[in-house]
Design a protein around this ligand. Structure first.
Ligand code: FAD
Ligand code: NAD
Length: 466
């Protein structure tokens, strides 16, 4: 049988593309090399990390915040084995959910490594034999892997990536996190909340360096309160693991000064790289760029007509929702549509506590581009809802065009801003102004009122509660 589309990789890019293409009446094959569907996101990324973030947050609140609420908890204990077991259950259920969706949408799933024989013939290599699939179009959705330079001596035992960190089942006394980006701060805070002494070594002078600098500073303040220790403007020159610990050598930038930190684990989270190994791209002549990303045009077609690529394996933010949007775009393009993605409006979220969320341009980007802008800001500590829940760290910052007032960027640090950000995304999709945002009635008391207040501040310093 010949398929209309063969999708290689079952992450949020691949499986969503398969479903949407099947909905449009196309005959779909999905190839996944692992036994479970869902890719990095469901198995070793978004979902398991959020499961452990939730469990560790419950523990931390019980240990440090219940008393002020008038709740006495005695004999409190963090059972990391149980937390990991619950996380595994969540992953299992979610991955089975994707299996169900494949059956429901009549997508044929093949377990094995997919590789090109020709542009219309894909080999599936499995432990018990090979199979060749005939196909009209191909979508490459093979995702990414952690960047792991040799100096780290990655042994998956003491020197680990996020994948291993998600399965540590005994609370470590000390952990060095290399990289103050999203993974380092999310997983670093899981362990810090459970009582681990966490040292973050970040090469740049700020954490989450690509986000708005105000957000970066505010998050740093909160994470220091949590007890995390930061070496900003520092790098790691080497790591020596033993069976039970590791020694991390840290060097200050532009200096010869080095020092050693002995820890139970060294978590290396310095970025991820596109994964194309095993695809045999040479057979079809697909090009990758200097970062190993598959080159694509505006509708995500590679240099070879009929072969598309989406998600972490192509340019742009390495985010599950970006991969999903691209999966839908390719499916709808193949179904005859003319879909479009506004990459400027893909929100970014960091699931620390407080959370960080952003959409559009940062203030630094607006400054650099010379675009005239106005700023409005509202602090959560001035909000009734935040005082009631005692989540007073953070702010909402609204950036709008100085002349037209069109929303250009919205940045927030605070409670549940991962959800609050959607108001800004929706308004920006409709090219709303800060005035529009300010005039919308927001329910009281909610965290969303901080958005209205920041918009009021941006449009003439009219915030009511500040
Ligand atoms: P992937 O999810 O990586 O899936 C690719 C799949 O292709 C894999 O299953 C792989 O086994 C398979 N594959 C590769 N080569 C072959 C082959 N030759 N044959 C068959 N199969 C193959 N993003 C967010 O938006 N929110 C978050 O909260 C978030 N948290 C994260 C936490 C962690 C710890 C990590 C590591 C990542 C997180 N991400 C998050 C990023 C997110 O996981 C990725 O952006 C997303 O999974 C990319 O989707 P994808 O479909 O492009 O690739
Ligand atoms: P990242 O790019 O977010 O952060 C890496 C950090 O490491 C940067 O701050 C960088 O300056 C620093 N760094 C790089 N080399 C270094 C070195 N040698 N020494 C010290 N610091 C160094 O990468 P990540 O945290 O590994 O995450 C990878 C990807 O996964 C990201 O692109 C992210 O989008 C995605 N992810 C998203 C979420 C989310 O959406 N909540 C969560 C986890 C991961």
């Amino acid at each position: 049988m010949k398929y209309d589309v063969t999708v290689i990789g079952s992450g949020p890019g691949g499986y969503v593309c398969a479903i949407r293409a099947a909905q449009l009446g196309l005959r779909i094959a999905l190839i996944e090399k692992y036994n479970t569907l869902g890719g990095t996101c469901l198995n070793v990324g978004c979902i398991p990390s959020k499961a452990l973030l939730d469990s560790s947050e419950h523990y931390h609140n019980a240990a440090h915040r219940f008393a002020e609420h008038g709740i006495t908890a005695t004999g409190l204990k963090a059972d990391l084995k149980q937390m990991v077991a619950r996380k595994n259950q969540v992953v299992d259920q979610t991955s089975k959910g994707v299996e169900f969706l494949m059956k429901k949408n009549k997508v044929d799933v093949f377990t094995g490594v997919g590789s090109f024989v020709t542009k219309n013939k894909i080999l599936v290599t499995t432990s018990d034999g090979n199979k060749e699939l005939e196909t009209d179009k191909v979508v490459i959705a093979t995702g990414s892997k952690p960047v792991m330079p040799a100096i780290f001596n990655y042994d998956k035992n003491r020197v680990i990536s996020s994948t291993e960190a998600l399965n540590i089942d005994k609370i470590p006394a000390r952990m060095v996190v290399v990289g103050g980006g999203v993974i380092g701060l999310e997983l670093g805070s899981v362990f810090a909340r459970l009582g681990t002494a966490v040292d973050v070594v970040e090469y740049m002078d700020s954490i989450i360096p690509t986000m708005d600098a105000d957000c970066s500073r505010e998050l740093l303040r909160s994470l220091k309160k949590l007890g995390m220790n930061f070496y900003l403007g520092h790098g790691v020159t080497g790591v020596k693991p033993t069976k039970t610990s590791c020694t991390v050598t840290v060097k200050k930038n532009n200096s010869e000064d080095t020092f050693d930190i002995k820890a139970d684990y060294c978590l290396v989270s310095i970025g991820r790289r596109p994964y194309t190994e095993g695809l045999n791209l040479e057979a079809v002549g697909i090009k990758t760029d200097e970062k190993g990303r598959i080159e694509v045009n505006s509708h995500l077609e590679t240099s070879v007509p009929g072969i598309f690529a989406i998600g972490d394996v192509v340019r742009g933010a390495m985010l599950a929702h970006k991969a999903e949007e691209e999966g839908v775009l390719v499916a709808e393009y193949l179904g005859g549509g003319k879909p479009h993605i506004d990459y400027n409006l893909i929100p970014g979220v960091v699931y620390t506590w407080p959370e960080v969320a952003a959409v559009g341009k940062t203030e630094e980007e607006l400054k650099a581009s010379g675009q005239p802008y106005k700023v409005g800001k509202f602090m959560f500590k001035a909000l009734g809802r935040s005082r009631a829940s005692m989540d007073t760290d953070g702010f909402v910052k609204v950036l709008s065009h100085k002349d037209t007032d069109e929303l250009l960027g919205v940045h927030m640090v605070g409670p549940r801003v991962a959800d609050v950000i959607m108001e800004a995304v929706a308004l920006m999709e409709f090219r709303a102004s800060a005035e529009d945002m300010a005039r919308i009635c927001h329910p009281h008391p909610t965290y969303t009122e901080a958005v209205k207040e920041a918009a009021l501040d941006a449009t003439g310093k009219r915030a009511i509660h500040m």
